[in-house]
Design a protein around this ligand. Structure first.
Ligand SMILES: *[C@@H]1O[C@H](CO)[C@@H](O)[C@H](O)[C@H]1NC(C)=O
Ligand SMILES: *[C@@H]1O[C@H](CO)[C@@H](O)[C@H](O)[C@H]1NC(C)=O
Ligand SMILES: *[C@@H]1O[C@H](CO)[C@@H](O)[C@H](O)[C@H]1NC(C)=O
Ligand SMILES: *[C@@H]1O[C@H](CO)[C@@H](O)[C@H](O)[C@H]1NC(C)=O
Ligand SMILES: *[C@@H]1O[C@H](CO)[C@@H](O)[C@H](O)[C@H]1NC(C)=O
Ligand SMILES: *[C@@H]1O[C@H](CO)[C@@H](O)[C@H](O)[C@H]1NC(C)=O
Ligand SMILES: *[C@@H]1O[C@H](CO)[C@@H](O)[C@H](O)[C@H]1NC(C)=O
Ligand SMILES: *[C@@H]1O[C@H](CO)[C@@H](O)[C@H](O)[C@H]1NC(C)=O
Length: 364
């Protein structure tokens, strides 16, 4: 029913427009006092853990929590903007049925408060172990209607669900079993959110048997596309590589099957890409499109039909949907090898990423 409501909301037009508002909720976030924190906890249906922090954290694990914090800050601003748009009836976000509007807002307000606590928790870990806590940035959202916004929420939540796998593995490699239980609790929590978003979009709530993996640098790179400016220097504060993202000319949500897709990316600032710039035959000989889908080993296919416009590369590559049953989110990376055995190896060979390809499996 909500799906129908959202569809009808999308076709409504109105002269309402967004009044400029702060991007952050007016509840003290990211530094609420005790009273504000208690009210956020009530809205979130639960509170920050009162258990003591682990006695120590490997310095290599600090960026893991900086990235979680950086991402959650974005999510807080996104859901705050979405709630504002729905509440005030911004054009494209109007919901004609009061009861359904009330239900959606009630869920989104809980999600917002939960994301605030995720951010505050990650900031607490970073600060406790001497790292620089990333303050909220100023963001731009590409969405101007309810369905696109829920679609985007679904896509970035899937990306986060893959990236938290990388966070757990990273903590384990760094000898930090302490926070793994809490990260696991957030993975399930974000999965619950995404099941709801997917249901709103008439997608099956459970996306895949094994959710698509990601790596920290892919999430960090994708987030840059939403950032206008931050009150700190991103690259020197959070030591995670940033790649140019890849646009899918066929559209992120297209019902793509076993076909070739066309991609474009700007390699201007990529040192390792300089030998390839302007040389299409070097690209088709030496570069690959490498996909993360589910928990499969990285899937590499050759790059074809490369062309340059300045430093901007356009190329095609097969999207082997049938062979790997690529429903849901797939991430693509432009890599210098076509034989990569692990997610970390893909990161080390990446020139540009991620491409976000999200194949719908609708509820019939
Ligand atoms: C809220 O509406 C404004 C105005 O259309 C838009 O720019 C912004 O992206 C919307 N927010 C979200 C989260 O879609
Ligand atoms: C800290 O993490 C690094 C990188 O994973 C690892 O090499 C090192 O052994 C870890 N230190 C401890 C005490 O586990
Ligand atoms: C993807 O887009 C390219 C460029 O617009 C087009 O040539 C190609 O046919 C499209 N592929 C699919 C599967 O739509
Ligand atoms: C390349 O780096 C410069 C300097 O940081 C920046 O202004 C520019 O936007 C970057 N270009 C791309 C395509 O990333
Ligand atoms: C383009 O790259 C190929 C290697 O794939 C190389 O043989 C050729 O000399 C390069 N062409 C130019 C103009 O640099
Ligand atoms: C490259 O272009 C040719 C000619 O348009 C087309 O037949 C071929 O399918 C393309 N390859 C890919 C991988 O898109
Ligand atoms: C997918 O497309 C490739 C190239 O056109 C073809 O060789 C392969 O048989 C196709 N697979 C399926 C399952 O359709
Ligand atoms: C792929 O890499 C593995 C080692 O990681 C190696 O054993 C294998 O021969 C390589 N395959 C190809 C086709 O290069």
């Amino acid at each position: 029913m909500l799906y129908k409501t959202i569809l009808s909301a999308a076709v409504l037009a109105s002269s309402a427009f967004a009044r400029p508002t702060s991007q952050l909720p007016a509840d003290g976030f990211p530094n609420p006092d005790a009273k504000q924190l208690s009210s956020i906890s009530n809205a979130a249906s639960g509170q920050l853990s009162n258990a003591p922090p682990p006695p120590a954290l490997n310095a290599s694990s600090v960026p893991i929590f900086q990235l979680i914090n950086f991402n959650e800050n974005f999510e807080v601003a996104f859901f705050n903007s979405l709630i504002h748009n729905i509440t005030t009836g911004v054009s494209g976000f109007q919901m004609p049925f009061a009861q359904e509007k009330k239900a959606l807002l009630s869920v989104l307000k809980t999600v917002l408060a939960q994301e605030e606590l995720h951010a505050i928790n990650a900031a607490g870990v970073v600060g406790h172990f001497g790292g620089v806590v990333p303050a909220p940035c100023v963001y731009k959202f590409p969405t101007t209607d309810l369905i696109s916004a829920i679609n985007l929420a679904e896509t970035f939540t899937s990306l986060v669900l893959g990236t938290l796998q990388d966070a757990s593995e990273g903590l384990s490699i760094n000898g930090d079993h302490g926070p793994v239980r809490a990260v696991g609790s957030v993975i399930g929590q974000e999965g619950e959110q995404n099941g709801y978003f997917r249901n709103l979009l008439n997608l099956k709530p459970s996306e895949k048997p094994f959710l698509t993996t990601s790596i920290a640098e892919f999430a960090f790179s994708a987030l840059q596309d939403f950032v206008v400016s931050c009150p700190f220097d991103i690259a020197s504060t959070i030591p995670i590589p940033i790649h140019p993202t890849i646009n899918v000319l066929n559209g992120t949500y297209a019902a793509i099957r076993n076909e070739s897709l066309t991609f474009t990316t700007d390699l201007t600032n990529v040192t390792a890409a300089q030998p390839f710039i302007g040389n299409s035959s070097a690209v088709t000989k030496g570069l690959y499109m490498t996909y993360f889908t589910g928990q499969d080993a990285p899937v590499s296919v050759p790059v074809a039909n490369a062309s340059f416009s300045g430093n901007v590369l356009t190329f095609s590559a097969m999207f082997p949907y049938h062979e790997f049953v690529m429903d849901g989110l797939t991430l693509g990376a432009l890599t210098t090898s076509g034989n990569l055995s692990s997610p970390a190896a893909v990161g080390a060979a990446t020139l540009a990423a991620p491409a976000l390809i999200n194949i719908a499996n609708h509820i019939v």
